[in-house]
Design a protein around this ligand. Structure first.
Ligand code: TLP
Length: 347
């Protein structure tokens, strides 16, 4: 493409920096299916430590991380409780049904945040002709709701409910790092309430590939078994783990910059006629725009923006999504705001 592109489709679009590639180049490697890759082992230890869990496992994607956790926690025919906009429910291609034979049961959150009381009403009574509710999944930050952060008291409430009902609790923490950067809360302080946690290295942190799941030792042993079944046993994966380690060590603090850029951009875009943005949801690096009042189809707007070198993605119904990340500078964000105003303003 001739014109420089400002890619706001997702924080997954980042490319590894020269220093990250250097770390990948010099990574010590071994065969990780034999447990022999020292860099993978180091990454797993480091993430387990950060999350305050006994053990962790490197997996190729956030989707696989979530789906392995669902598999370990459930039996076919069970129900899992997910928020209506959850990634597990909307963007994992029906994976929970396909791979684990479970039925997702949705709960409406407020800006993506489920309350324990709402969940309680959806838990099945223990009668033989109903599915067993075996897992509750929380997404923090909540992608589709606009990168919203779970307040800690809400997590504690959900944890208390799950414990009292004997239901496992999973955290889809693809962007837990963003929640931590925004609140100053340690990853382990979030993770301690969950039986399993999945975190991504390839979103805001800028690694090219990889996620890590964490939990008790016995949980991770079972997870390793399913990772192999799901085709996620990798060999000299240290080359990827090195990028993850680099990302964890260098790119967590700077997420605050992405948040500041998203806040600025959301403020600008909210003044564009026909755009609706719930500014309360702009808590981290994601902006969800309701474009219905523009009278134009989101695909049309996206195509027109693409022509001008700005990429955004489709959000909810009639919605657009813009995500800030380490490969978009403040200057590019300013340019994008100007172009979006010109494109959307023009009938
Ligand atoms: N999200 C992607 C798309 O799939 C929507 C994005 O561009 O935001 N959990 C959450 C909360 C996620 O947002 C994602 C990716 C995943 C899990 C899955 O991660 P990957 O893409 O590594 O499988």
């Amino acid at each position: 493409m001739g014109t420089p592109v400002i890619d706001l489709r997702s924080d997954t679009v980042t490319r590894p920096s020269a220093a990250m590639r250097e770390a990948m180049m010099s990574a010590e490697v071994g065969d990780d299916v034999f447990g022999d890759d020292p860099t993978v082992n180091l990454l797993q230890e480091e993430v387990a430590g950060m999350l305050g869990k006994e053990a962790a496992l490197f997996v190729p994607s956030g989707t696989m991380g979530n789906e392995i956790c669902v598999k370990v926690h459930t039996q076919p025919g069970d129900e899992i409780i997910v928020e209506r906009g959850a990634h597990i429910f909307n963007y994992e291609t029906g994976g929970a049904a396909f791979l684990s034979g479970v039925q997702p049961h949705t709960v409406d959150g407020e800006r993506g945040i489920m309350r324990a009381e709402a969940i309680r009403r959806e838990i099945r009574p223990a009668v033989y002709y109903m599915p067993r509710t075996s897992l509750i999944c929380v997404e923090n930050t909540h992608n589709r709701a606009g990168g919203t952060i779970y307040p800690m008291p809400v997590i504690e409430e959900i944890h208390a409910l799950a414990r009292s009902e004997g239901i496992a609790l999973h955290l889809d923490g693809a962007r837990l790092w963003n929640a931590c950067a925004a609140t100053g809360i340690e990853p382990s302080a979030y993770a301690r309430w969950f039986d399993s946690v999945s975190v991504c290295l390839s979103k805001g942190l800028g690694a090219p590939v990889g996620s890590v799941i964490a939990g008790r030792k016995v949980f991770i042993e079972q997870a390793r078994h399913y990772r192999k079944i799901f085709g996620g046993g990798m060999r000299q994966a240290g080359i990827l783990a090195a990028a993850g380690l680099y990302a964890l060590r260098h790119n967590r603090e700077r997420l605050k910059e992405d948040h500041a850029r998203a806040a600025w951009l959301a403020g600008e875009l909210s003044t564009i006629s026909g755009f609706g943005i719930d500014m309360e949801t702009v808590q981290t690096n994601i902006i969800i725009i309701d474009a219905e009042r523009t009278g134009r189809k989101p695909e049309k707007i996206l195509a027109a923006l693409r022509q001008r070198g700005v990429l955004m993605s489709a959000g909810n119904y009639m919605g657009l999504r813009a995500v800030t990340h380490l490969d978009v500078s403040m200057e590019q964000v300013r340019t994008a705001a100007r172009i979006i105003r010109e494109v959307v303003g023009a009938a």
